[in-house]
Design a protein around this ligand. Structure first.
Ligand SMILES: *Cc1c(COP(=O)(O)O)cnc(C)c1O
Length: 360
């Protein structure tokens, strides 16, 4: 059975199930068509109609005055932080937040902005009491605390909306800027909308409005080949535009990519619910296997820890899955991510392969 699959994989008759990330998707035929037909121009001269349209669309959707198309989410967060903070300022951020831990320390390297990481709560939030204790007094010994950063979704978890409201009011009372790394904002919005019976667009806007700036990725679950947008006030986006140029992000005929992102906003938001449903199916299929601790997923990301006799088996499990044509990552914990290019059959295969490994 296994050899059969291995040979079918080698012959290209079976496709791999790539659960490493929601960034691995191929553009759909509709998206390719939108890209091919895009009107383009030189965006450094603000002359790319597709980029301009995308920027207006995402700013409108999230309720901001302006937005800026960025090549990556990393550059979007970087320019966001550098636009809020000056040299010698600091931002308070989660210990495991992407814009602190996973972006090469860019804000410190390029902006001399000091991060003040705090241990997050299990749901990804920063306890307001912890933030309060970390805010520096106005004294020459200290960096100036200027900005707070959150991430939603974080590790696939949706930050509770009541928390966002409390966080937002707290930050305002302290005079601190609020930045959201919303790489997967629409996953949060779709999940929240499903439980409240509202629309994802309504929820995306409600979440975004708790912040002064929001970075959102088109290249994750939305399925575009690349790109992010940074949203904020007009003055903030003007500052960010300057930083983007310095960061090497002044793009020319970027409209081909912006058209893909626009297409994703029109066609790929609601369907994120399918990724979430597949993830529920995967989690259910993996639960009850001895040695596997399966976190209950909220959106499209599942973390799994190995325990007991299986504790040191993560490299072996990853290798076993690879043989079976399934790719996952295991940097801190085993991670499975669903997306546009994963279907029910792929998830069934994954469940079967994991069960086979544990002889469960
Ligand atoms: C992927 C990701 C980013 C960065 O996006 P890139 O386009 O890979 O630079 C930022 N934040 C979060 C939470 C992400 O998942």
């Amino acid at each position: 059975m296994k050899t059969d699959l291995t040979s079918r994989l080698a012959n290209g008759q079976a496709t791999r199930v790539d659960l490493r990330s929601d960034t691995v998707t191929q553009p759909t035929p509709g998206m390719r068509q939108a890209m091919a037909q895009a009107q383009v121009g030189d965006d450094v001269f603000a002359g790319d109609p597709s980029v301009n349209a995308l920027q207006e669309k995402i700013a409108d959707m999230l309720g901001f005055e302006a937005a800026l198309y960025m090549p990556t989410g990393t550059q979007s967060n970087l320019c966001g932080i550098l636009s809020h903070c000056q040299r010698g300022d600091e931002y308070i951020v989660g210990q495991m937040a992407h814009c602190y831990r996973w972006e090469g320390g860019g804000a410190a390297v390029f902006g001399s902005v000091q991060p003040q990481p705090l241990t997050q709560q299990d749901d990804g939030s920063l306890a307001l009491a912890d933030i309060e204790a970390a805010i520096k007094p106005d004294d020459a010994h200290f960096a100036r605390t200027r900005m707070l950063a959150l991430e939603n979704t974080w590790g696939g978890k949706v930050l509770p909306h009541d928390y966002l409201l409390a966080f937002s009011a707290f930050a305002k009372s302290k005079g601190l800027a609020r930045h959201l790394d919303g790489a997967r904002l629409f996953n949060a919005a779709v999940s929240q909308a499903a439980s409240l019976g509202t629309s994802p667009q309504t929820e995306a806007r409600r979440i975004a409005q708790c912040f002064d700036s929001v970075s959102v990725c088109f290249s994750k679950g939305l399925g575009a080949p690349m790109g992010s947008a940074l949203c904020g006030s007009r003055a903030f986006i003007q500052t960010a535009h300057r930083w983007r140029k310095m960061a090497g992000g002044g793009l020319r005929q970027a409209g081909f990519m912006a058209a893909a992102a626009s297409y994703a906003l029109d066609h790929h938001i609601e369907r994120l619910g399918q990724d979430h449903a597949l993830m529920q199916h995967l989690a259910a299929g993996l639960s009850g296997i001895e040695g596997l601790d399966v976190q209950a997923p909220q959106t499209n990301i599942l973390f799994v820890d190995l325990s007991g006799k299986a504790r040191d088996q993560s490299a072996a499990l990853i290798a076993h899955l690879k043989q079976a044509g399934i790719d996952i990552t295991g940097l801190y914990r085993l991670r499975f991510v669903t997306h546009l290019d994963v279907d029910k059959a792929g998830i069934e295969r994954t469940i079967q392969a994991v069960r086979e490994f544990f002889k469960a």
